[in-house]
Design a protein around this ligand. Structure first.
Ligand SMILES: Nc1ncnc2c1ncn2[C@@H]1O[C@H](COP(=O)(O)OP(=O)(O)OP(=O)(O)O)[C@@H](O)[C@H]1O
Length: 347
């Protein structure tokens, strides 16, 4: 029986939460991932009083389109908690959504993942937010560990392996062995920086202002880590506001332009991997030569990123099966499977 399984018979629903800067996923014991929503909260201010107007998908749809009285906030903006009160509201909302009326019967136990670079103050804040949201007990797990477990990497064995989790706010690079993180570094570059790079490329080269959501959509559909083989790639039409005369305008760019725009954030990720490799103990480095590097997180889906890293490091690089779900799956497995008990922390 799993770590928390005994409690199930009392009607509890223990949960694992991947509290990401871009998306929050909730895994319920025995059921798997049952919630996956953007980490966005829309706050309305009326007569000086703030209240939560929408959370998750509904709030994300409002981003960039809100009237003055409503603000769409991402409480975990740069890989850290930018606004703890709103983060807590968001955690509460998602827990209630999953837990439903059962919350009246019993509070769940919650495992929640935290960035490896988070400070003890930040970790305590996340733990307290989950407690305030109704958890009877809160365990923490480090994000790269969760990503590696979710990607089926051999984290419990005396074998070194490297995971690169490219999320919204941060990229976490870690070397794991025997249930521990032998080395870890966190680069404050991820999907958000890629979106910003596209926005600024289009502004610089075409005097066109596009919104973050448009940039994200372009990145997901056409994002590429290397120049396309034909030097051009696909054509992309995008709309925004002309910075010169202020009117809406449509332009066409190509995938080679996107590769150019993304070269800086992708370069920062490659640099993070290189630093991690340089700091890895020789025995573990030898293992990584055999095991290779596994990419997780939404950024792993950028076309050609695996190939690019392979060329830059000379090591085998693979993409996890479901990169966007790895952290949530790994957090869930760590909650359910006693094999991983040692990776859970209380604060
Ligand atoms: N197909 C895709 N191609 C490129 N990027 C993608 C794709 N799908 C999602 N992303 C990006 O992945 C990022 C979200 O990834 P993920 O959900 O792993 O991050 P997170 O866990 O919320 O963030 P963090 O790890 O920083 O806390 C977003 O920036 C999103 O735009």
């Amino acid at each position: 029986m799993g770590f928390f399984s005994n409690l199930l018979k009392f009607g509890s629903q223990n949960m694992a939460i991947d509290l990401g800067t871009a998306n929050t996923l909730v895994y319920v014991e025995g059921q798997g991932i049952i919630l996956n929503e953007p980490s966005v909260v829309a706050i309305e201010t009326l007569n000086g009083i703030k209240r939560v107007k929408a959370v998750g998908e509904d709030a994300k749809m409002m981003m960039g389109k809100t009237p003055d009285s409503i603000e769409a906030i991402r409480p975990l903006r740069d890989g850290v908690i930018a606004d703890i009160e709103i983060a807590e509201e968001m955690i509460k909302h998602f827990i209630r959504k999953v837990h439903g009326k059962k919350s009246l019967l019993r509070y769940p136990e919650i495992v929640i993942c935290v960035p490896s670079g988070s400070t003890s103050v930040e970790r305590r804040a996340i733990r307290d937010a989950a407690s305030n949201a109704g958890a009877s007990q809160v365990f923490l797990i480090l994000e790269p560990m969760a990503a590696a477990i979710g990607a089926d990497m051999p984290v419990t064995e005396p074998v070194g392996s490297m995971v690169v989790d490219i999320g919204g706010g941060t990229t976490e690079v870690a070397v794991l062995s025997l249930r521990g993180l032998a080395y870890t570094t966190s680069v404050r570059t991820g999907g958000d920086k890629m979106d910003e790079a596209i926005v600024s490329y289009v502004r610089r080269h075409h005097n066109l202002l596009i919104g973050e959501s448009t940039a994200e959509r372009i990145k997901k559909d056409y994002g590429i880590a290397r120049h396309p083989e034909d030097g051009i790639g696909e054509q992309i039409t995008l709309k925004g506001r002309d910075l010169v005369n202020g009117v809406p305008k449509e332009i066409t760019i190509n995938q080679a332009n996107i590769a150019e725009a993304l070269s800086e954030p992708i370069g920062a990720i490659v640099e993070g991997v290189r630093i991690a490799l340089e700091n890895t103990a020789p025995e573990l480095a030898a293992d990584i030569v055999d095991q290779g590097i596994v990419l997780t997180g939404g950024g792993a889906l950028i076309q050609g990123l695996d190939e690019h890293l392979r060329e830059e490091t000379g090591l085998p690089v693979s993409i996890a099966e479901d990169p966007l779900s790895c952290v949530a799956l790994g957090t869930g497995r760590a909650m359910e499977d006693p094999v991983y008990r040692g990776v859970l922390m209380t604060a």
